[in-house]
Design a protein around this ligand. Structure first.
Ligand SMILES: Cc1cc2nc3c(=O)[nH]c(=O)nc-3n(C[C@H](O)[C@H](O)[C@H](O)COP(=O)(O)O)c2cc1C
Length: 184
């Protein structure tokens, strides 16, 4: 298990995965990390859905592609039509984080998502936070897919985490100093 600060500093979005599936223990550790995130008033206003069904992931990605094509934005249309397009970068496991829509729920869901990305890094796995799928479930080609999640009433997916074994190292140094001010 890697040192906590090293994990924080080295997590990077991975967008190329090997086909190897995560073990059940790895999935459990990652989900547990999400469940240990801070939540406003300890409401735990989320629901996690672990999807390892390739056909369902491809169908959701197909609906994302349809949303991109309907947008009329040339760069999105081109991307959606790229051979092998997958909004989940073909990750073998995707964990969807759904919100109950309450006031602080987006923060709760984001905290859990980040915890899961960090847990993946600690386990030597790759992860990528994905938000681009959300509109797919409102699109005619994707509405029926959400029914398969069997979510509690009023819950909607807001983020997802693509997970797998990284096909190549994603680490890059980043200069972020200018985002911080100190008043002393
Ligand atoms: C809320 C949120 C949504 C994101 N959605 C996507 C996405 O749909 N697809 C993707 O490839 N990356 C997505 N990312 C990853 C960001 O692009 C990435 O975190 C950013 O470029 C910084 O790179 P790093 O994660 O390697 O530090 C998302 C990140 C966040 C926090």
């Amino acid at each position: 298990m890697a040192d906590a600060l090293q994990v924080l500093m080295t997590r990077r979005s991975v967008r190329e995965f090997l086909g190897t599936q995560l073990s059940d223990d790895e999935v459990k550790t990652i989900v547990d990390a999400g469940l240990h995130a801070a939540t406003a008033m300890n409401r735990q206003s989320w629901h996690f859905t672990v999807v390892q069904d390739r056909r369902l992931l491809d169908a959701i990605s197909g609906a994302v592609g349809a949303v991109m094509v309907d947008s009329g934005i040339p760069s999105l249309i081109e991307r959606a039509r790229t051979t092998g397009f997958s909004c989940f970068h073909h990750a073998p496991t995707v964990i969807f984080v759904s919100s109950d829509g309450s006031h602080y729920s987006l923060a709760d869901c984001a905290n859990a998502s980040q915890n899961m990305c960090l847990a993946a890094t600690a386990l030597g796995l790759g992860s990528c936070y994905i938000g681009s799928f959300v509109q797919a479930f409102d699109h005619p080609s994707g509405k029926h897919l959400l029914a398969q999640f069997g979510l509690p009433e009023n819950y909607k997916p807001v983020f997802s985490i693509a997970l797998g074994h990284a096909a190549k190292a994603a680490f890059t140094e980043k200069e972020r100093e200018w985002k911080v001010s100190y008043i002393r």
